[in-house]
Design a protein around this ligand. Structure first.
Ligand code: PMP
Length: 427
């Protein structure tokens, strides 16, 4: 029983927070004033022995839970053999096996290729590099509320100014943001298409656009779902103008939405697809997967990275794929999503609006009596849940969306306990 562990007296949250404040810059935020000691599946214990239920999963990284025993075993075994060679210097079998499996499972027809990186932002940046190499064009279309990372190019693609872009300009050139259709934000598919048309009139000719990048379900932007009909329109526009279509599956991928990739539910194939986060159950690895003729465009040596495709990440990711199958996590994702959605609508609470989910990729908005975003209520729900031992995260263009990223391996009794906390915290 970890919660009864005795902690040394100076290793408490307040002391650590004070040390953190002295040495870390302001720009590096932290959601909760606690420091982790241990974690298991959907629970975290802080250095003072207090237990929390984790509905954030390291920002959607832990669909298979904290420290899944099979992943721990595989990584431990790998560590004892070797931890790093740099895949571009001496490659290893698990790297190739993982790429084979990703190509086999990616919902793209025809010949495919894949390669590995370290972070989501890096996968996104490489997708743009590959698309530019293939087309010889500069432009990129991204979407309002889209979120693609914090590095310079990825930040430029991200469609939200505060806090991600403010003070960090100039932004990389030739990136334009089209509206993303989201009924929650009052934007229809027609509005979004018209916005795209305006970009082609006002900013860049489609013949100069290399790529269009979109999330099948927006993550940080508020869990807004791309519809099959809008995805089809984007595919048609890209086909018409020779634009590479990129689906960013970094947050919505790896069983979160009830299919391995959220793309599978759209009936449309992208040319390139990024993957990261839950791909490797807590180990930093990401991937770019795509049509072979696009992926092969850059010259030898143009792609890669010192740590890209770490062997600890590759063996972890191979286990994640096994676990998703063995533990029926696709089905479990749908069960969890339906259960939480039914629970939330059953509360009949007028503050809760737009409960939406694809599998367990679920979010809801908090609104005031006029139906407007209620940031105060959102922050208060997070704070009260935290007091009661539940970690909840928000997102969205208006900071009033609560999103659920609980491990799909969560035990039923832990899930019930968390929902009871949400009910009490809302009350
Ligand atoms: N794309 C999406 C859709 C994301 O949600 C994120 C991270 N929130 C990223 C890219 C960037 O990933 P990373 O933080 O690993 O660079």
């Amino acid at each position: 029983d970890w919660s009864s562990d005795v902690c040394s007296s100076d290793l408490n949250n307040d002391n650590l927070l004070a040390r953190r404040k002295n040495v870390l810059p302001n720009g590096l935020g932290v959601a909760f004033p606690i420091f982790a000691d241990k974690a298991k599946n959907s629970e975290i214990w802080d250095v003072e022995g207090k237990r929390y239920i984790d509905f954030i999963g390291g920002i959607s990284v832990l669909n298979t839970g904290h420290s899944h025993p099979k992943i721990v075993e595989a990584v431990t075994e790998q560590l004892q053999r070797f931890s790093h060679t740099s895949a571009q210097i001496v490659n290893y079998e698990s790297y190739v096996t993982l790429c084979e499996k990703l190509c086999e499972k990616a919902p793209i027809s025809g010949d495919k290729k894949a390669f590995l990186l370290t972070t989501g932002a890096e996968a996104v940046e490489n997708a743009i590099k590959v698309a530019r190499a293939k087309t010889g064009r500069p432009g990129v279309i991204a979407f309002v509320g889209g979120w693609h990372g914090r590095t310079l190019l990825a930040m430029g693609l991200t469609g939200k100014v505060i806090p991600y872009k403010k003070m960090f300009g100039p932004m990389p050139a030739s990136i334009f943001h089209a509206p993303f259709p989201a009924p929650e934000n009052g934007i229809s598919e027609e509005d979004a298409l018209r916005g795209l048309e305006m970009i082609f009139k006002a900013d860049i000719d489609p013949s100069e656009v290399a790529a269009m990048i979109v999330e099948p379900v927006q993550g940080e932007g508020g869990f807004h779902q791309l519809t099959p009909s809008f995805a089809k329109k984007l595919r048609e526009i890209c086909d018409k103008h020779g634009i590479v279509l990129i689906f960013d599956e970094v947050q919505c991928g790896f069983a979160r939405t009830g299919t391995l990739f959220a793309t599978e539910q759209l009936g449309v194939e992208p040319d390139l697809m990024t993957s990261a986060k839950s791909l490797a159950g807590g180990f930093p690895i990401s991937a770019l997967i795509g049509r072979a003729e696009v992926m092969d465009a850059p010259l030898p040596g143009g792609l890669g990275g010192t740590y890209a495709g770490s062997p600890l990440g590759t063996v972890a990711a191979l286990k994640v794929l096994e676990i998703i199958e063995e533990e029926n996590l696709l089905e479990r994702s749908n069960q969890i999503g339906t259960k939480i959605a039914n629970f939330l609508t059953g509360l009949n609470n007028p503050k809760i609006s737009y409960v939406r989910h694809k599998g367990a990729m679920l979010a809801f908005d908090l609104v005031n009596s006029n139906g407007e975003p209620d940031v105060e209520a959102t922050n208060s729900l997070k704070a009260k849940a935290f007091e009661k031992g539940l970690l909840l995260a928000s997102c969205g263009m208006y900071f009033n969306t609560i999103r659920v990223m609980v491990p799909l391996t969560v035990e039923d009794n832990v899930l019930d306990e968390a929902l009871a906390i949400i009910e009490q915290a809302l009350a």
